[in-house]
Ligand binder design. Structure first.
Ligand code: CU
Ligand code: CU
Length: 288
């Protein structure tokens, strides 16, 4: 039977505790750092060569859907009652909102070095030492709202701007495309500075610290954010009946995107699964 992913603001005290305990156990087993490594390994950008299965590409959503499912499986091996909750940042928009409580994600980083000192993932507790990063810091960092040059979380209207686009993605299938649901949601906008970060990207920027860049998985709020992003795929399908993942077929040898993106029936490395098979996951989980 399908299990349920819930809004983080609706979790009971016990649900929060079990989710946190499962995360800490997956970390203790060494499995969590494998997820961080995988994300770093697949952080290929437009400017680099090779296949881009995870970011700046049509398969942004299915790649992260499978990534979340793998983490969720690891959590459920520890405690089968646990699922990944989602953070609706269009509603829970402040540093005092649901994810940031001491019994869940903990709060903001302290001003001096942005170190998170509250909650289960505070360095001093000894259970959340960062070992796989792009910097040498061993402690989790955050800068909620970006204190020196404040930015706001994306609004419901901005998210709606992505959802109403009935085309999955379009050529040139990268971070520069201005049409299509995928890039409007992933959030590589035009312009300079903070105005160019939309939806998904803007949330990474708003949290700051560890959530910036390839090692963002080190902050467990990564999963709550990506569960909400994943929910948008389901909403988009409901709104645009029959609309599907694109491209259906791989770009030909003369195309600049040849060998650089994943088509509907191609495998999404490192897994043996295609976007086609990830378009409907109703039998695995549902959102409430
Ligand atoms: Cu990612
Ligand atoms: Cu992300």
């Amino acid at each position: 039977m399908a299990y349920t992913r819930k809004n983080v603001s609706k979790l009971t005290r016990q649900e929060k505790r079990r989710f946190v305990d499962a995360l800490l156990e997956v970390k203790r087993r060494g499995e969590y750092d494998d997820f961080v490594r995988t994300h770093i390994a697949y952080f290929t950008t437009d400017g680099e060569s090779g296949l881009r299965p995870a970011h700046m590409a049509p398969s942004f959503l299915p790649w992260h859907r499978q990534f979340l499912l793998e983490l969720e499986r690891a959590l459920r091996r520890v405690d089968s009652s646990v699922t990944v909750p989602y953070w609706d940042w269009t509603r829970d928009r402040t540093t005092g909102s649901a994810p940031w409580s001491a019994d869940l994600m903990g709060g903001d980083g302290r001003p001096s070095d942005r170190r998170v000192t509250t909650g289960p993932f505070a360095y001093a507790h000894g259970a959340w030492t960062i070992r796989e990063g792009v910097t040498d810091g061993e402690f989790l960092t955050r800068d909620l709202g970006r204190s020196r040059d404040p930015i706001a979380l994306p609004t419901a209207a901005e998210l709606e701007g992505a959802l109403k686009d009935g085309v999955w993605d379009a050529a040139p299938w990268d971070s520069t495309v201005t049409r299509g649901f995928r890039n409007k949601l992933e959030g590589w906008g035009t312009g300079r500075g903070s105005a160019s970060w939309r939806n998904h990207n803007r949330v990474h920027r708003w949290v700051g610290g560890a959530m910036l860049g390839a090692a963002s998985v080190n902050d467990p709020v990564f999963w709550l954010h990506h569960a909400f992003i994943d929910l948008q795929w389901t909403r988009w399908q409901r709104r645009h009946k029959g609309a599907r993942y694109l491209p259906a077929n791989p770009p030909g040898p003369g195309d600049v995107q040849h060998g650089r993106i994943v088509a509907r029936h191609e495998k999404l490395p490192p897994w043996d699964i295609t976007p086609d098979r990830l378009e409907n996951v109703d039998r695995i989980y549902r959102y409430r």
